[in-house]
Design a protein around this ligand. Structure first.
Ligand code: AMP
Length: 623
């Protein structure tokens, strides 16, 4: 897959003024803003010199919300009004969140429709877009204060596996915060940009990003400063927070604390577990005290406790390698991103699997924001020479339903985006004036096994015989991963299009499941496809035979007619049988018994045509 070079509209060749643009890493636990200042892209600190802004918002009565460290401090005392890990809520409905089983100490307004979780706070109803907007606005204020000017644009990072709904809500939040979004950039992509600038590595790189709530693995190929994303994988519901939860459960079990905990006590216990996890990054064994209990835990015990989570991350690495048809021997470097990669248990597991020490030169918390800042600088037009962008890939194939409920893949999975691809389709029935288009996503061969994204219709196709109309269907995935589909009838230019914004999309687990099931069912799917195609071919032949008998029935003797009728009815009966070999055999048989009839029809029609032409020719020569 070749990397395309694209020029962005903002990237004019000569831009005299320096434009203010930032890169924002909108994280589950912490967020960060970086910008080009003083000869390089750097994270910007707050008034107290802190870089990480805890992604926590506390809503208060008749006062503006508190965002960051102070809000985080208040989570234990005011859990219902203090929103943490809001990134996990983006693009999801309340019922989806409930199904995921997250512990959420908030009150939701159940009278709202299920489109977006409505959190009831003392400052009114807040949805995840509003909460994210408040975090972004705080970062924008910090940047404008540091840079002493008005921001003109921002690049905001999202996990590679964010679906359309999650990306869209991130963009909505930025708009609500008054930011001009230059681009949403996948987090591992931003990390690669940051390392590419600093260390000019060559070869194949794994970006292993374990944040507070999300996990992404990307395989990038880097050649002479140009990156190509070869494969991605991940899980939007796996992160450092999950390690906290396991450790909290373990502490409770050690303390024999059987009582139900209220929201505030749960948060206090999670803080204790989080602190213990951090201390385990600096010491092999640590002391712990909870209620009446005192004890210790070492990194081996911690690794055992979190074995399932660690295995999950390594299995994802394995699948990413398989997707790119590589082995660990092909990997030259591993970049660790996200605060949770500071855990020795993760570093050891990664080192063991890849048989190599990962790169840890850059601060794993700051890499993504720095990469986004570099991209922002390019997109706003501050860089004149190299306005080339690293591109991302779409995680699942996108296609359209065709006759027989089969999927025609138009943009295969792992295609570099932005991308536009068109394919021509035709009508199935004589005189057909409407074509229904069903856009689907997934790796399976049958529509019922894929995910339905959208349906729309192209109307006003001029009536023609089946197969004569030419409908060009165009799929376009923009740089933010959003899909647009159009259909155009080529003779009239009649057009219909749709922007695909599914209300709630796939999370990484669902993507993983879809990929797994496509592998598990590969053989069955091929058979199902073969059957559908055989059924379609048989139906078309029977239709053609019936209409030929209507037009030229006099060319058949009674015995021939009976033989053909018999072959038609046998084939007709077999179509529903589900045996594609038998359908093929009977289709062949109908072709054989009607062979002479077809030849006679051809003679007759050619003869007619020739007679017509010779008469015309005679008339012409007589003139
Ligand atoms: P991020 O979303 O990248 O800000 O990741 C934050 C996650 O990294 C949280 O789960 C933190 O507890 C975790 N984290 C940060 N520092 C450390 C550390 N020194 N050791 C272990 N985990 C850490």
């Amino acid at each position: 897959m070749a990397l395309l070079k694209i020029s962005e509209p903002g990237g004019k060749a000569t831009q005299p003024a320096h434009h203010l643009a930032v890169g924002i890493d909108l994280g589950t636990t912490n967020s960060l803003v970086a910008a080009s200042c003083g000869g390089g892209v750097k994270p910007l600190p707050d008034a107290e010199g802190r870089y990480l802004l805890p992604s926590v918002v506390q809503y208060r009565e008749n006062q503006p919300p508190l965002v960051g460290a102070q809000a985080k401090f208040n989570t234990a005392t005011d859990p219902a009004n203090t929103i943490v890990s809001v990134k996990r809520l983006l693009g999801k409905s309340l019922s989806e969140l409930t199904a995921l089983g997250h512990f959420l100490p908030y009150q939701f307004d159940a009278n709202r429709d299920d489109s977006s979780p409505a959190i009831v706070t003392v400052a009114g109803i807040k949805d995840p877009v509003r909460v994210s907007a408040d975090i972004l606005a705080e970062l924008a204020r910090r940047a404008e204060h540091c840079l002493k000017g008005k921001l003109e644009g921002a690049v905001i990072t999202v996990p590679a596996y964010f679906d359309d709904a999650q990306r869209q809500q991130t963009k909505d939040a930025a708009a609500l915060a008054g930011l001009n979004v230059l681009r949403l950039l996948n987090e591992p992509t931003a990390a690669a940009v940051a390392y590419g600038l600093d260390s000019q590595d060559q070869g194949n790189i794994i970006v292993f990003d374990l944040g507070g709530g999300t996990f992404d693995v990307s395989l990038l190929s880097l050649q002479k400063g140009v990156f190509e994303v070869l494969a991605t994988g991940g899980d939007t519901n796996l992160g450092g927070d999950d390690f906290d939860r396991l450790l909290a459960d373990w502490i409770r079990s050690q303390a024999n604390s059987g009582n139900e905990l209220d929201a505030a006590a749960t948060i206090r216990l999670l803080h204790l577990a989080n602190d213990a996890k951090h201390r385990l990054s600096d010491a092999a064994t640590i002391d712990l005290t909870y209620q009446q209990w005192s004890g210790e835990i070492n990194n081996e015990q911690f690794a055992e406790l979190c074995d399932d989570l660690i295995k999950k991350t390594i299995n994802t690495c394995r699948r990413v390698l398989r997707d790119a048809a590589m082995t660990v021997a092909d990997i030259d470097n591993i970049i660790l991103v996200g605060g949770a990669t500071r855990m020795p248990v993760i570093r050891e597991a990664v080192t063991r699997f890849f048989e190599k020490q990962p790169l840890t030169e850059l601060d794993p918390d700051k890499i993504v924001a720095i990469g986004a800042g570099i991209q922002a600088d390019v997109l706003i037009g501050n860089k004149s020479a190299e306005n080339f962008l690293l591109l991302d890939v779409n995680p699942l194939s996108l296609g359209i339903e065709t006759m027989g409920e089969l999927v025609e893949k138009i943009i295969p999975r792992n295609t570099t985006i932005p991308v536009a691809k068109a394919q021509e389709f035709t009508t199935f029935k004589d005189g057909q004036t409407i074509m229904s288009l069903h856009v689907v996503q997934g790796e399976r061969e049958l529509v019922k096994d894929c995910r339905s994204l959208a349906r729309f219709e192209l109307r006003g196709i001029p009536p023609m015989v089946a197969g004569a109309a030419k409908i060009r269907v165009r799929f376009q995935v923009d740089a933010d991963g959003l899909l647009g589909v159009s259909a155009e009838e080529l003779s009239t230019g009649k057009m219909a299009e749709i922007q695909v914004k599914p209300s709630y999309g796939l999370n990484a687990d669902a993507i993983e499941q879809m990929l797994q099931s496509s592998q598990d069912h590969a053989h069955a799917d091929m058979e199902a496809r073969a059957l559908k195609e055989a059924q379609l071919e048989a139906t078309q032949l029977i239709d053609a035979m019936n209409s030929a008998r209507k037009i030229d029935g006099e060319l058949l003797t009674e015995a021939e007619s009976e033989r053909i009728m018999d072959a038609v009815s046998q084939l007709q009966n077999e179509i529903a049988s589900g045996n594609s070999n038998q359908i093929h055999a009977l289709t062949e048989r109908l072709n054989r018994v009607s062979g002479d009839f077809a030849a006679r029809r051809m003679d007759l029609h050619i003869g007619k045509a020739l007679r017509g032409e010779s008469i015309e020719a005679v008339e012409k020569s007589a003139d």
